[in-house]
Design a protein. Sequence first.
Lengths: 341, 160, 451
Amino acid sequence: MAKVRGRGIASVSYPTGMNLGGDPTQALVFCQPTGGFSVKLASTDLGQGLKTVIQQIAAETLGVPLESVVVDTGDTDSAPHCMGTFASRGTHRVGNAVIMAAQEARRALLEVAAEELEASPDDLDISDGVISVRGVPDRTLSVFDAALAAHFKYGRTISGRGIYLKPKSTVDPETGACDPDSTVAHATTVADVEVDTETGEVTVLRLASAYEVGRQINPAMVEGQIAGGAVMGMAHALMETVYPEYPALRPHAHNLSDYLLPTTMDLPEISSVVLEYPSSNGPYGVKGVGEMTANSPIPAIINAIHDAIGVWITELPVTPEKVLRALKERDAAQSAATAAD
Amino acid sequence: MSAITVSFTLNGRATTLTVSPATTLLTALREHAQLTATKAGCSQGGCGSCTVLVNGEPTLACLTPLAHVEGQEVTTLEGITPVGGLHPLQKAFYDRFAAQCGYCTPGMIMAAKALLDRNPHPTREEIAAALSGNLCRCTGYLPILDAVEDVARQNGGGER
Amino acid sequence: MKQLGIVGQSVHRSDGLGHVTGRTTFIDDISYPHMLYISMVRSPVARGKIRSIDTSKAEAFPGVATVITAKDVPNNLYTILCLIGIGPNDEPVLAEDEVMYEGEPICAVVAESEEIAREAASLVKLDIEELEPVLDVEYALRPEAPKIKKWGTNTFTYDGKDHCQIRFGDVERGFAEADEIVTGTYQLSPIEHAPIETHVCVAKPEPDGRLTVHTNTQALYFTLDNTAIILKMPSNRIRMIGGTVGGGFGGKVDVLTEPITCIAALKTGRPVKWRWTREEETRCSSTRAAVKIEMTDGVMRDGRIVARKVRSLQDAGAYHRHSPYGAMKHMVNVVGPYTIPNVWVDVYCVYTNRQPSSAMRGFGVTEASFAVEVQMDRIAKAIGMDPWEIRLRNAYRNGDMRPFGKITEDATLIETIQAAAKLVGHELPPELAQMHSNDEGGYAAAQRATA
Ligand code: FES
Ligand code: FES
């Protein structure tokens, strides 16, 4: 009986935005003479896809095709303040600021269109780059023509400023009372593992997760975060440490030959479902998913190991040596118990 | 400092570079030939982000002295990108969201190309094995394996 | 849910074509003519007093433009979170009188090439009196441990206390009432972000006296503001350009490359590039904090958790960076998404002589989730309850009071548990399958009723 299997679960919550808040982001949106929109941000895309989701959010708010929107990130000479990309704040904070800016620009555009169409701005809609009078389907004006008119006929700016700030919460130093988060996302992961009791090696066979992240702006990219985080979490549980004999300073990992990272050969089967319960304060109901995806796999794997071999190994990473040591202690305790009977 | 002159074929073109003797192929590509698709993730053979093809073989440019490619054929990601289009692997990576930050992507695609050139119908396990020296910290590898599998399938293979 | 157009669609990444063709411009792809390179001289010891730094041989080495030491840094002492009121400043840009961790930057050699810079860096003579390093967080808290921070303790000070805390309900009464006491200790490892792209910065002096800085920071303004403070320069004389990062995971928010690269550019009048080696990225950049969590729970035989006490030690390493903030985030998350009427949490941010820990994907919460969720299984085991059931019964419901005094508003933990069970084909008993986050079920309601 060298290989035993086990299953573990773990359920987590994850707060959006910097703890306590106080982390603003601003956005500028403007329209070019022929109807192209530019979104100016000093926010950073780390690979999670911020530029793309912001393009989607801006296009949705403005009512123009995705291709009409260019998102320019990353120049402090041309874009106002953003706190930065961390704390799963990007889509929530930047998205809210962009919606505010885009709504202002949209309003300016509609005011120009209202004059051209001889209608009230409140009766106008923009969809797919066409402005129309509600209920009068043949009275339309393209965004292209409205933008031209704004620039060259009316001398009007079509632009918008946006900001999002959750004011910083105080913390009661005695009780810890505070308002730490804007919204909270959730996940549950089921891990199936196989433990080789001879070598101590743990193989993660499967990580199956259910996520609830508010509205998804781009489901494929949400899935990308889930898979990437699952593998990072698995490696945190089983492989990674800078100081293998922590707290000792030696050994100390130097490079990628002694700091073990997961490779294509270490992959479990990964599957997920995503539930959508829109948040009240996120852009279109977003909560956020960037960071939390590495969290639930770790305890789920530890619990699965316990399910397989009956011991809690709660010092990360769970290396084969630790598994063998734990098995030895388990067996010693069992035989001591039998002897005592 | 002394210099050496190395002549080789780079993305189909005869190329001659004069560099200091210790210059690696990676530095030569990025800093002398201005081909920056090939990335320097570690410069010590640990990550695969510098993978290029030397005579069709996947090769870590950071561990290869430029002098070693004298007379050889070197192919980088720039060399397989058709003008105004995408190589099937590039298209598959794009469609599968297999690049998140994109830093591992050039090396991944070159390693995958080396595999598919050698074996047009690899199994998923063979794909994983061929890419096992290429690290990606973002994707968890699944979309990368999916992308390569897509191309293998277009090649008429890859079914398990 | 409102029907939307483009929101909710899996459109292609806007930077995807750049990524797959290798044409996305990352910072290391940016070079300027006449550019110089940096190699950093770093501390060989974990703790010591600097007696002297002799840079003369390095300065005289052919191809070296300059060597930068603490004297060249206008505001050498900083802490990045000073912007949100965390202090005091405790980290030198370049070490001055002491070194606090192995790998701490001491002086920067600026030269015509990386090879020259590296070779010259090896000629810098350091005279450091080695001191006993403090490495163990428990030891660091003991009275006999050397005090490594200038303010005379080894902990961050929160409102006059050596820890931050939650006090909710009466935890001792909860323990007294409990049928079982369940304890667990959890130790997380310090891990590396390991982005495939290491830290890179290019700074270029402009003719008008401004600086153009290309950086792969995760936070441009954060970096701009801190750099301006360190350089004692108005921030609008610095232009930060970035926005494209080859993986961050929290590892690129510490403002570690930009100030020195800027100083090198100003001092030499030439563009300067500093790119970290993989070894620097692994050994010297921040890590996720190693966190030790002791958790004690009072549990009723029916599965109710009636009290939770937590003592958590965050190994901050040598300097604040983001750890004092992370400890507070940890504090509010370490109870987990469960409704527990009596809670006591003490979180310590402890300094040791190792590379500083800082932000990393989910920090504060990742560690909390690990401890809480293994603890939930321990509790289930202790009272003989199924791990699905213990979670569903204790899961917080909307309307429940959190231990930090906030009413739960957007709980969906139960729904994810049920969906996960479905995903793996695990059938839940009808009572559990019917629970939801707005129900009056679970233990919270019972607790509210008895309170
Ligand atoms: S750069 Fe060559 S293997 Fe990492
Ligand atoms: S996509 Fe970021 S490392 Fe692979």
